[in-house]
Design a protein around this ligand. Sequence first.
Ligand SMILES: [Mn+2]
Length: 236
Amino acid sequence: MKTQLNQEYEVPKPSEEMKTIIVSDLHGSIDSLYNVFNTYGFGENVKYVFLGDYSDRGPFGIEIIVFLCKLKIMNPQQFIMLRGNHEDHNEFTFFATQKELKAKYGDELKIEDLYEFFKALPLFCSVNGVLCGHSCFFTSLAQIFSLNRKVLNVKMDPDMYQMLWPLFNEVHRRADEFFSKHENIFKLFVRGHDFKRNGIEIVGKVVTIFGIKGYGTINQSAMIEVFEKDWFVRRI
Ligand SMILES: [Mn+2]
């Protein structure tokens, strides 16, 4: 009875507007990931989209992958993990992660397990009219939907290669055509992949963000906050 009364007369708390935080390119910088979570927390009004490139370069790539996977298992709707070009079976991009895995886990965690995880990651997602992906897109949604993401070695697959390894100019060349075709659906494409000195670059409807704070010569990282109708840049 008491429980029923409490439920009946409970005054709903004024809820903060739902927001989705888009984060890119952590590359083993767990400090940068903690900065993100310290800023936004794990409340029910916040969701996260990660644009890939979790490991290599920095020292805590495996920890980032494992931590994000654990969060996702606990609350699949709150965390979306996309695939970047470093989630790949390619010696050039994945070399540091393989060494890190061996040094920290020996034979306990197998590289093949990570490969299965990479193949399961989606390449794109959409949040309130904001298309999110690691680097590039096709100009047609049908092509995007028909991508075979189960490819392990991205460089061996022309379609995957175009999505994850394009030249920067190619992204912008495609943007005009993409947004003219899909202007009623999408207002923005948020990507990572390219290092930006100030953490962010906005060219037309293409926004490039970089998630590592204090990487190279930059002091700030940038994230995108997506609300139902608006979006904002946040640099921390
Ligand atoms: Mn990349």
